[in-house]
Ligand binder design. Structure first.
Ligand SMILES: [Zn+2]
Length: 503
């Protein structure tokens, strides 16, 4: 009952007041007769009903107290309930439930505002209730619409309309769908859709609107402008944040980082003061916002460790990024050496899984290669990797080191005389980095390196197997690449700088 306290705002009776009361009474009748079917009861329709109650309260006040206080009539703009929202940020805001106090304020003022709206009886404003749903796995449009309480015939008509402009089997989980319902329907009655829309991609919007005869669906596609652009700057925080600050979308930043995946760790190798350059085909909205990039041509980072550049090069079967010298940016990062030690050395025993013991004649497989070399000869990591074992005495291997390179390869180096200082289990090693010195520890009859390569956990012949090698372009491919590289360098001068670029 406290809701009716609003009538206490009422001032003294007057001719004007009576007129308004009559208008109000008329509008209440209009509301009662004009409202169609109703949706599920939720707080907005509760409010709508409450507004009517308020109007009734005023109507009952005919001949008695009618509100006249102008100050109290400023009302409360509750268009925030029904406003059309665009963009996901505002969507999230709207989704937040109002707290109880806000709701009370809205309720206290709603009646006034309603009265003002109702005065324009000739063209009554339709109260819209906007809802948001997220498409979930297994959902289809029919199911979603049914959940909104729409009439079966409407659901089918809407579905048919959408089907004409969009392949409904392509509806993906996670997409938001925004549904605009008539808020004036009574609780319990079928919901009445005014419009709905969803965005199958960043460029496409599918919308449905109620028409006089049924529903019409539209598919709108945003047309983007493409332009060659360059973003260059100095690291002030991190590449990610600095590039974001320039307005590069995260997809472009992630792809730029990806081009350097094997050469640069953007979280460790890049420091404040380093410089970066990204040359790309930008896809822009007509107001100049960069949306994404179908092609990144060039990414350079200039660090204390030197300048690292990659150039995009498209080939028949693969497109990749190569350095200035036509070496593939990624493949170079992993290759294995057949003989990971300093010269001079000579192979003293080959890989032979069926080797017979010279005296007993029993099979004693040799699952590695032996390289004889002078004591103290440097042993190198055969490829980039992480030291997973460094053992001083372990059976026949003596002092040995195991390096894990990736999910496929690991290498073992045995019979060492000693390890370098600072080498630890967990140390990252680069190809060619010294990880030990030739010796004859363990079961060994002379100074040599016993070298094993395991591929998927099984030893392979280090000499005869095809080992990963960094791809370097040769012949025609190299000549084509060099042309592309020089064109790319020219493009840097022609590209339009992204706002905030410092070049
Ligand atoms: Zn051996």
């Amino acid at each position: 009952m406290k809701r009716y306290a609003i009538s206490r705002d009422g001032a003294q009776n007057s001719g004007d007041g009576v007129l308004k009361a009559v208008v109000l009474a008329g509008s209440v009748l209009w509301l009662m007769f004009c409202t169609a079917s109703a949706a599920r009861a939720d707080w907005i329709s509760t409010m709508v009903r409450y507004e009517r109650n308020l109007s009734s309260a005023h109507a009952m006040a005919v001949g008695g107290a009618v509100p006249q206080d102008q100050a109290s009539r400023r009302g409360f703009d509750f268009s925030f309930l029904t406003r059309r929202v665009k963009g996901k940020r505002s969507l999230a805001r709207i989704r937040e439930p109002l707290d109880e106090a806000e709701l009370m304020v809205a309720e206290r003022h709603a009646g006034m505002n309603m009265a003002a709206e109702i005065r324009a009886v000739e063209r009554p404003a339709l109260l819209e209730l906007r809802k948001y749903a997220t498409i979930e796995s297994g959902d289809n449009l029919v199911k979603i619409l049914k959940q909104q309480g729409l009439a079966r015939s409407d659901v089918n008509a809407i579905n048919r309309a959408v089907d004409g402009v969009f392949d409904l089997t392509k509806l993906m989980p996670g997409w938001p769908i925004s549904i605009n319902l008539d808020a004036s329907v009574e609780p319990g009655a079928p919901g009445r859709l005014i419009s709905l829309h969803f965005e199958p991609s960043e460029t496409v919007t599918v919308s449905v609107e109620r028409t006089a005869t049924g529903f019409s669906a539209h598919r709108d596609e945003t047309v983007y402008v493409e332009e060659l652009m360059i973003a260059s700057g100095t690291i002030r925080d991190s590449f990610w944040k600095d590039a974001r600050a320039m307005g590069l979308p995260s997809t472009i930043i992630a792809n730029a980082i990806e081009t350097h995946r094997c050469t640069t760790d953007f979280s460790k190798d890049i420091q404040i003061g380093d410089r970066f350059t990204v040359l790309f085909d930008a896809r822009l909205t007509d107001d100049g916002r960069i949306v994404d990039s179908p092609k990144i041509h060039y990414v350079a980072v200039d660090t204390r460790g030197g300048k690292r550049e990659v150039f995009r090069f498209e080939q028949k079967n693969a497109t990749g990024y190569f350095d200035r010298d036509a070496k593939q940016a990624c493949a170079t990062a992993f290759s294995l050496m057949k003989a990971p030690l300093a010269r001079p050395y000579r192979m003293s025993s080959p890989f032979n899984p069926r080797r017979k013991h010279p005296i007993t004649g029993k099979i004693r497989p040799h699952r590695g290669v032996d390289y004889a070399a002078a004591k103290g000869t440097k042993i190198f990591a055969a490829g980039d990797g992480v030291v997973t074992a460094k053992r001083t005495h372990s059976g026949g291997y003596g002092k040995h080191v195991i390096v894990k390179h990736n999910g496929i390869y690991q290498t073992l180096y045995a019979h060492m005389s000693r390890f370098p200082k600072n080498l630890r289990v967990g140390s990252r090693v680069k190809k060619g980095q010294v990880i030990g010195y030739v010796g004859t520890t363990g079961s060994s009859t002379g100074n040599h390196l016993h070298y094993e390569i395991k591929k998927y956990g099984k030893q392979i012949d280090p000499v005869k197997s095809k080992l990963p090698r960094g791809q370097k372009l040769a012949g025609d491919a190299r000549r084509s690449f060099l042309i592309v590289r020089d064109n790319t360098l020219d493009m840097i001068d022609d590209a339009k700088p992204v706002v905030g670029s410092d070049s």
